[in-house]
Design a protein around this ligand. Sequence first.
Ligand code: FEO
Length: 401
Amino acid sequence: MHTLEIKKNIFWIGAVDFAKRNFHGYSQSPLGTTYNAYLIKDQKNIILDAVACDYAEVMLCRLAQVLPPEKVDYFVINHTEKDHSGALPVLFERCRPEKIFISAMGKRFLEAQFDTSSWPLQVVKTGDSVSIGSRSIHFIETRMLHWPDSMMSYIPEDTLLVSNDVFGQNIASSERFSDQIDSAFLLTAVKEYYYNIILPFSPLVLKTLDALEAMRLDIDMIAPDHGLIVRGRDQVAGMLAAYRALAEQKTPRRALILYDTMWHATERMAAAIAEGFAAEGVPYRIMQRSVVHHSQIMTEMADCGALVVGSPTHNNNMLPGLAEVLTYMHGLRPHNRIGAAFGSYGWSGEAPKLIHDRLASMEMEMPAEPLKLHFAPKHEDFCQCRDLGTAVARSLKTRTG
Ligand code: FEO
């Protein structure tokens, strides 16, 4: 079992889950995820974070490569979601740490999930630190990033920030460091994770980034609990900048046309709407709901300032797959977008108005009335569709300068 020394006497002892796909509805791409955990060897040996329950033995095996488990003195638990806490009962029995450092909310969540009656939990808060010999661990609470229990751990002597889910990516790979893979691939993975997990908490991300700046922390490595470890000052600066840009949600000049269809009429409308964007020089992507996962749609939203959604009317509603996407999207709270709705119908035609209202409920600017066409679009209907695309494209150009 391979154990990697990421800094002197600091070891990665996590697990790579190549098979993982579904994470409470978020379908990870393209190849699973990583549960990162770290060991620091010092006068006091300390484990930071842990792995999912299925990987407890993997983590213990990596640990044993560099330290007998019974020699571990402390645990730090930055986040108690099961992908990081599931292995704790096994780890606790094997390591029997003297202290377990955790946030107040983390303690409550841990007590709700496990029998912690014999666990030496010690609550810490922002500003607290613990010396482990030649180093100290400084705790920074990051409530709601992305759980109420979340915190980070900073080790100034190693200029290392252990950041739990923040700055994470769902990448399963043999590489462990950000500078070992293509930077565009890494950025896409960061966007995917952000837009499917972190997005609702964007205002807090900005506050946290400001707070980290105000603390003047010297960081040359960010070790998240998922994916690749960000190594080097340039890479760290790049990650912080990427996170700020994602959190700011400035409107990108690009459109997503998303539709579902029964007999290809709404599909033809989507193609005609795209002509309006093309005429205005606004790039776009067309996605058919039935062939993409809602996670991919959210990732695409990271680069799209306009969302045009179409569905035929089915049982007085939009098609159920599209309703599911909009429910998922609504919960993730995208901001600063422009929206529009369309669809064909046979006899009642409620879907476009329902979509319009759903997008408006996400505070999207809606520059056009919902467009509905009776059965398949006819030649003369083409202009109406194109004009919808043109109206949205012009609003997008106005907003993005
Ligand atoms: Fe990776 Fe919120 O757990």
